[in-house]
Design a protein around this ligand. Structure first.
Ligand code: AMP
Ligand code: MG
Length: 425
């Protein structure tokens, strides 16, 4: 396991006092390692879990050529351009009940959606296109081509081929796909467990009476929501008072029980509290000033307890800064720990509806409202007041406008990158 100092030495231009956002991600990618333990998980329980192994299809789906429509199956080789085709109906093929005869030239078989294509047929004409008179079925000219309305064996999945890849997060479609293969369980990485607490003597817990200079704790609730959305097991440790004994007990318990610890508050420069001191005392921790807005201060490292190491994310105190640093840095790092193959958020591009002031030399994350224009392009406006304590901006926005490190002012209509909240928040 590399120390903070060793990781820092690997990064070119590492400057803890003015770290670029991209360097934070590069640092964290080196700091964290994926969990190694795996378990077999039932399909219903696998939603949101990360696949620990490739899933190879044991069967072909569908297992036979079958009809995609209710209609009549016949040999499409008999179709002539511009000519109707008159056929004799031999019987009916139902789904789940194969029709066992053989269709020859001039024959057809009435067929239901999902029924196996009868021998001698390769084309289905939908029932609404044909004229039926007793056993005589007339296919009008040019309504189907050979092979139409037939699903081929294995067109969804072929036996022996990989159906899902290790590192994939299982969504609703993947659950259905796993079940379609007849698999009752899949191998997944064990769930990650993350402990979090808020620090600061001015922070009130719910239920406490308001007092002058104090604010209610919101960070624990946003962090809870962000972690829960990721399928992470949470250990809520409440608000921890700014006292060495309380902080030490909290860090020790968190480190012994969780894979990662998220704290908020107490890491900024002028802090007169004990949080930073305790992090330093118990762990191998770097204290950064990141060239970003919001969310300049951050502490990152490891706390080791009884031979077990836990990754520490010491986030700033301001509520918006907590969410932004989580989305920009913590989330991809935790995804890596969960075994996810894809940890990079997908950025979209939208045209700015406003002129935005931006100084090159830091990354800014403004809260934006992305809408779709009549011509199909995306447009983004800010939510207004971008103060790092204005949590309302995160509620009103549907994404972050990411103004990159070297980027300068944005003019009306300029394209900007946006990180959509959907799926994360
Ligand atoms: P700090 O980083 O501790 O200096 O905190 C920066 C600002 O965030 C201060 O105004 C704090 O009152 C506020 N803050 C810190 N922790 C929380 C929290 N858990 N919930 C809401 N606001 C907080
Ligand atoms: Mg504080």
């Amino acid at each position: 396991m590399k120390t903070i100092e060793q990781i820092a030495a690997e990064l070119q231009g590492y400057d803890p006092k003015a770290l670029r956002a991209v360097d934070v991600n590069a640092f964290l990618a080196r700091l964290v390692t994926p969990v190694s333990e795996t378990e077999a998980c039932g399909v219903f329980g696998a939603l949101g879990r990360v696949l620990a192994d490739d899933v190879v299809s044991p069967i072909s789906v569908p297992p036979h050529d079958n009809s995609a429509m209710d209609g009549f199956a016949f040999d499409g080789g008999q179709l002539q351009p511009g000519q109707p085709l008159v056929l004799r109906c031999l019987g009916t093929a139902y789904a789940g009940q194969a029709w066992s005869g053989q269709a020859g030239a001039g024959d057809c078989v009435k067929i239901m959606t999902g029924a196996i294509m009868p021998a001698g047929t390769d084309t289905v004409v939908p029932i609404e296109f044909v004229k039926v008179d007793g056993e005589t079925v007339t296919v009008p000219a040019d309504v189907v081509r050979q092979g139409d309305n037939r699903r081929l064996l294995g067109e969804d999945l072929m036996a022996g081929r990989p159906a899902l890849a290790r590192g994939q997060t299982l969504g609703p479609a993947a659950l259905g796909l796993i079940a379609s293969l007849g698999l009752p369980t899949v191998p997944v990485f064990r769930r990650l467990k993350v402990a979090y607490f808020s620090t600061g003597d001015e922070i009130l817990s719910l239920g406490e009476a308001p007092r002058e200079g104090a604010v209610y704790d919101s960070n624990r609730y946003t962090v809870f929501g962000l972690l829960t959305r990721m399928g992470i097991e949470v250990l809520d440790m409440g608000v921890v008072k700014d006292e060495p004994a309380a902080l030490e007990a909290a860090f020790r318990r968190a480190a012994s029980e969780a894979d990662a610890i998220i704290t908020s508050g107490g890491v900024s420069m002028g802090e007169a509290d004990h949080t930073k001191a305790m992090m330093k005392q118990l762990g191998d921790v770097a204290f950064w000033r990141i060239a970003m807005r919001p969310g300049r201060p951050m502490a990152v490292g490891r706390i080791v307890q009884e031979g077990k190491s836990s990754v520490l994310f010491g986030l700033p105190g301001n509520p918006v800064a907590v969410m932004v640093t989580f989305l920009a840095f913590v989330r991809p790092a935790l995804q890596r720990m969960m075994g996810c193959a894809a940890c990079e958020p997908v950025l979209l591009q939208a045209h700015s509806a406003e002129a935005l002031r931006k100084k090159p030399g830091r990354t800014e994350y403004q809260r934006g409202i992305v809408t779709r224009e009549a011509d199909g392009t995306l447009r983004v406006r800010t939510t207004g007041n971008q103060g790092s304590g204005v949590l309302r901006s995160m509620v009103e926005g549907n994404g972050l406008i990411v103004l990159h490190h070297d980027q300068g002012n944005v003019a009306v209509g300029d394209p900007v990158d946006v990180m959509m909240f959907d799926g994360a928040i």
